[in-house]
Structure formats: structure tokens, C-alpha cells
Design a protein around this ligand. Sequence first.
Ligand SMILES: Cc1cc2nc3c(=O)[nH]c(=O)nc-3n(C[C@H](O)[C@H](O)[C@H](O)COP(=O)(O)OP(=O)(O)OC[C@H]3O[C@@H](n4cnc5c(N)ncnc54)[C@H](O)[C@@H]3O)c2cc1C
Length: 358
Amino acid sequence: MLVCGAGVVGASVAYFLARRGIAVTVVERSGVACAASGKSGGFLALDWCDGSPLGPLARASFALHAELAKELGTDYGYRRMDTFMLAARERGALTGGHRVAAPPWLDGSGVVTATLGSTETTAQVTPARFTGALLDAAQARGAKLHIGVVGDVARRDGAVAGVMTADGQTLDGDAVVLAMGPWTGRMAARLSLPRVYGLKGYSVTLAAPDVPAHALFVDYRTSDGRALEPEIFPRPEGEVYVCGMADPAPLPESPELVEVNEGSCAVLARAAGRVSTALAQARIVRRQACYRPVTDDGLPLIGRVPGVRGAYVATGHGPWGILNAPATGLALAELVAEGEASSVDLRAFDPARLRAAR
Ligand SMILES: Cc1cc2nc3c(=O)[nH]c(=O)nc-3n(C[C@H](O)[C@H](O)[C@H](O)COP(=O)(O)OP(=O)(O)OC[C@H]3O[C@@H](n4cnc5c(N)ncnc54)[C@H](O)[C@@H]3O)c2cc1C
């Protein structure tokens, strides 16, 4: 069994397959969590996807995150959080004061406008460490990691026979899961898969110890009038993560070629500094960019690749890939092992619902 891609989705699929005793090889072009799964927010919410087909997947995943934090036996920053909405401006202060009780560390010029979640409904992980913990646990149960660039799916008589790598190797396998994030789209035309795109975003991490576990969603205006929605997540390891700033730049060939725009990162760091004086003084530790995988209808592709026996896909999780990786991995392992997913209904995510890319 081959899993292509060692982002959070591939690592989760590999973990749940290995937990069932299935022999898995994960094929990754660069490194574990080298793309969005190592650079994203890691914010988790129980009920923010309710009312959409993602609702049950998110609820199942939120519960699985709590179970995995115990089961994997590794500290990867899982904790529950309180979550607030703020309004802030790059220049000038808003009038009227906080509308709900505000934590003391939010002592900048922002106004706390609402409580969005509590420790019952919101949580976080540090995504790179979570992805690494899943893959380590899969490897502890016999899974293997192979570094190589997947070029195509090898087929024999309409069924999967393995994958071909860019250096000319064929890795044999009777089933293949494509979990290469936005790069899964590069295979879409060759298989009957719908389009998968990459949507670029920036993030910075700030050195700021002792910031409480409060996630912030900010309605922000820059001094030149741009409306942005930065998200701010303090992490238990003493850094505060800030992300936002969508960029239409096209997806490069590999994660190493993703370019970081210093100006976009500076805007994010300044926004954080407007809501808290502790963040205004904090040193920037990392400036980074990554692409989330998105589909035409905003829902992930989780299920069988039409027309190729033994081929499966798990990608397109958009802004909720870290949240929804656990239930995706569990359901896909059930589909592969038993022919059907029993833990969640995958029908809304069936790749066959969308027109194929070619
Ligand atoms: C700025 C930002 C903030 C985010 N914040 C959150 C958040 O707070 N909460 C949340 O739930 N989600 C969040 N997300 C979304 C989440 O990060 C993604 O949905 C998720 O990481 C996607 O995981 P993936 O495994 O599908 O893809 P990726 O992480 O992109 O992994 C794909 C892997 O496949 C590998 N690969 C690519 N091509 C090949 C090939 N040909 N052969 C072999 N390997 C290959 C890549 O190297 C990579 O390791 C955020 C996203 C962004 C951009």
C-alpha cells in the first residue's frame, strides 16, 4: 500500500492504515510536513463547519484529536483554547472599548468584539510536530518512508500496480492514496480527477513566551485601506503564530520553490503588534509561505479515483486540513481495508461528484 505525500493528510492515512496492521510505504518528495502541514495555524474547532457537508467530518476529527493526543504519547502542542474576535487598525484606535470581557494581554489599540469559542469548542496543535508524531507512530507500527518524487500511477488491466517516480523507479503496490496536497492537481489530467489548486498564504512566528492560550481572529484595516483578517495563535512552545494575506501567485513545482514576501510578513507582524504590546516588541522568528489545497466546490476529495481500481485520493481540505486530517485518515483506512467507510459518511467528498480536469 503506497501513500503519496507526507503532509498531515498522508501522515494520518498512513497512521490509521498502519494501526490496522496494513503494510504502508509513504512516498514524499522533500520532507515530512515541508509544505502547508508544517506552516499552517493548527487551529481546531468543533462546530465551525456545522451547516456544511464538512460538519460531521470536523466533529469526528475534533474528537479524534483529543484521543490522538493521548494515544500517540508525544507532546505536539495539543491544547484547548479560548477564542476571540477583535477589530484593529494599523493606524489610529477604535472607539467604544471592548464589547466582551477582554484578557489583559490584549492591551493594544484593538477592540475585542466577541467570544468565538471556548475550551469546549476550540483547540490547537503545532502542525509540523503533529504531522511528525503521526508519521513516527505509523513507522513504529511498521510503515516506511521513501523519499522520491511521484510522477505517475502505474496501472495494469485497469488497476493500480504502484507508482513511478521521477528517477525512473517503479514502487509496487496494490493500492495507492494520493495525498500530495495542492500538487495532487498535477496528476488530475492523467487520472479522472477533478481540479485541485493551491491558494497561497503567509505566516510569521514571533518569540513571545507566556502568552495565554487565546486564539484571535482579527478584522484589520491597513493604513492604505486594505481589509485583512489575520489569525493569531499563541503556541505552548513560546511562539505566537500569525497568518493571513492571500496571494494569487501560482503553485511552484515543489515546496522548496515557494517564495516568501517580506512585505506581507511585515504586515502580519505589525497587525499582531496592534492588538498586544507584548507582540509589538516580539522578535520575528520565522517568515514563511505555503499553499492550501482547494477544489472547485470548496470540499475535499476523499475516496476512490474513478476508473482506476485501487487508487484513492485524500486532498483539497482548504483552510481545515489540520482539523480534518484525523477523520479523513480513519475513514480512508476503513475504505481501503473494508471497502466502505463506517466512521463518517464520505459521499459528499466523492471525487466523482466533480467533472474531471481533462
Ligand atoms: C496560512 C495557512 C494557515 C492554515 N491554518 C490552518 C488551521 O489553523 N487549521 C487547519 O485545520 N488548517 C489550516 N490550514 C490548512 C492546512 O494547512 C492544509 O489544509 C493542510 O496542511 C493540507 O495538508 P495536505 O497533507 O493535504 O497537503 P500538504 O501539507 O501540502 O502536503 C503535501 C505533501 O505532498 C508532497 N508532494 C507533493 N508533490 C509530490 C510528489 N510528486 N511526490 C511525492 N510527494 C509530493 C509535498 O512535498 C508535501 O509534503 C492553513 C493553511 C494555510 C496556507
